[in-house]
Design a protein around this ligand. Sequence first.
Ligand code: UD1
Ligand code: CA
Length: 457
Amino acid sequence: MPASDLNVVILAAGKGTRMRSQLPKVLHPVAQKPMVAHVIDTAKVVGATTLNLVFGHGAAQLQIALSHYDVNWVEQAEQLGTGHAVQQAIPHMGDEDTVLILYGDVPLTRAETLSALLAAKGDHPLALLTVNLTDPTGYGRILRDAQNRIVGIVEHKDASAEQHAIREVNTGIMAANGKDLKRWLAALTNNNVQGEYYLTDVVAMAAQEGATIASAQPASAAEVEGANNRVQLATLERAYQARQAEQLMLAGATLLDPARVDVRGTVEIGNDVVIDVNVIFEGRVVLGEGAVIEANCILRDCTIGAGARVKSHSVVEGAILAEGAQAGPFARLRPGAELAKNAAVGNFVEIKKSYLGEGAKAGHLTYLGDTTVGDGANIGAGTITCNYDGVNKHQTVIGAGAFIGSNSSLVAPVTIGDGATTGAGSVITATVEDHALAVGRAKQRNIQGWKRPVKKG
Ligand code: UD1
Ligand code: CA
């Protein structure tokens, strides 16, 4: 028997006034990714076969930001309550579907928690994700009978003083049989203090039909928290980052301070990686066994080999460091930079679309663009590859074991042979043969008895 389709409805129609923003609330990012994208990705992890996004405001911005997702765009023109919001998705719900209701501004729910909710639901018509809070103010309270069976939810504003004491609250996240949910939704009224169609009223309907209403709980309250303003958004960001840091440590990284590392993408690591403070990871980063990332570095879409070291204050993007390679302090590696085994670049070195062979070194104040450097070559301080003529980019090839004197300008396209040397201060415009010395600078002349100018009257 095939598993029933998992039909996910994500509520995202709220205006988010308290964000005070041009951006729809659910597009505000956690770890550089819109909150609602976290929700969609988690829904996919638990096996969503259909995704419905209930939107109200900022449709154009939402559709652009989420264009890479395959979702049904369900408009809720007027926000008449959570029940009304889910009603808009009814045309996309099959009777045999399991419908899972999520919220575009609640990004940190773990897939494990949703799987536990779906498991708790089993063949029951309805399951709720609930959480116990020390301060339940504002939330819908879970009503249970003497046998501890869920019989309903009462919204804070509709609750009695006695009900206000209940600490088990509704997270809003629930799973239901499509057929049953459609029947309950059709019977909702807005006969309550807020004059809204409450999704929560389906719970009492299910109980009255004699159904068992299952429940599950998240591992922590942060999983079910939403963000209505930027203070809460920052709280979610910290909770997310704490979780990333914990995962890195459990995977074998030493973090000098787990509160001072930010992962805004994915980081795959080998054992014994060391990450010092104030490091930001973006995109997809791979750190090999024993790699060290010193303080204040930004790494984006790069691969750092085993035992390689990125020294402090370096920015590494789209680059590869092989085993034992080193960069920094204050290095800038741009897309296409590749350092072979044990190659090293030092302070104020910028590298773009260039390969440095095994053990090659560029220690100080250098720009290498569109360049291939052979094994063991040494690039002196202040070397610049002049790779751009104002229209096109050109290649520089530096042979194995070459020695580029300090302050050389290598005007591309140009080739410097294996074991060749350039004199300091040279402007190299033509091929240098293997093992030759090229000196491309004015010859020094000394003027004897030179008198310095004197200051006039
Ligand atoms: C809701 C629950 C409450 C629960 C709480 C958890 C109801 C009636 N109450 O209350 O039991 O404790 O969430 O946070 O469901 N939305 C729409 N369209 C609407 C109304 C809301 O898309 O017409 C979206 C909002 O953008 C928001 C979410 O649904 O993301 C929750 O709506 P909100 O009005 O904040 O519900 P609460 O009053 O907090
Ligand atoms: Ca709310």
